[in-house]
Structures are given as structure tokens and as C-alpha cells.
Design a protein around this ligand. Sequence first.
Ligand code: THU
Length: 157
Amino acid sequence: MEEKNIHIRYRSTQSIRDFDLDVQALIAETIQFAEQAYAPYSNFRVSAGLILENGQILKGTNVENASYPVCICAERTLLSHAVSNYPAQKIKIIAIYVDKDLPAPVPPCGLCRQTLVEVENRQKKAIPVLLVSKNGTILQFDTCADLLPLSFSADFL
Ligand code: THU
């Protein structure tokens, strides 16, 4: 059998100043927005924000439900909003934040990765993803596809 390898490159920083001013604003607004999370069952507050190509910032949070499987993640709240309200606008960059003291940024769940890849494929332009942690560490992935290697897509349909 032939061995194959998948290489994923990403960057890590402790300094928000490594980013352009519009991205610094996105990060700051996304962090702040975790306050709006509706997470009474898990108390795990997640927020996500993005910049559209027109410069507008959109944000979303996780929205939980007493029927637990109905919970929706912050990333999909945000992406549903962006896709349905701004179909003609490409997304420049996405930031994801978890409001919990953890040693490292939290990666998005599988459903959210699949949704990120769908949106990225649709717009035919890479969307960088920033994973922002409460301790100040920020990871940057250059594309959503990097977060979901071997992803399923419309190419197979
Ligand atoms: N959650 C997100 O918002 N994004 C993720 O990528 C992972 C999980 C939310 C869903 C639920 O409200 C809470 O975090 C605990 O799973």
C-alpha cells in the first residue's frame, strides 16, 4: 500500500497587532459578542464574526435549546445569516471565539467545518479562519478547506 500524507499549515500568534486594523476590529467585536450567546444548558459561550467584501461585519452566537440536538453552533448561526441575507457578498475572513479559559483555541465542530467548506466552495475564494482563545492565542488557517481535509462536496454529486 502506498502511504499518503496530508499537510496542514497554520499560524499561531499571541498578538492581535499581527492583523490588519479591520481584522483587529473583527476580533474585538467577535470576542465582545460572546456575551450574546444563548447557552443556558452548556454555559459554553461561542461567538463567530466575519467581514464581508463590502467591509460590513456580521456576528452570530450559539443558540441552545432544551431539546439538546436542536442547539445550533455560533458558526452556523453566522453563516446562515450571511448566506441568506448577503448572497452576493463574498466573505473575506471569519473569526471564532470561545469564552472559556482553555489552554488553546477551540476548533469548530465537524458540522460547522462542513458548512464553512460549502460557503467557501460556493464563493470560489478562500476564506481564512481565525480561532481566537480567551488566553490571547490566535490560530490562523488560510482556508476553510484546511480545517476539513478530504471533505465531501458538490463535486461528488
Ligand atoms: N458550539 C459552537 O457554537 N461551535 C462549535 O464549533 C462547537 C460547539 C456550541 C454548541 C453548544 O451550544 C455548545 O457549544 C456546547 O457544545
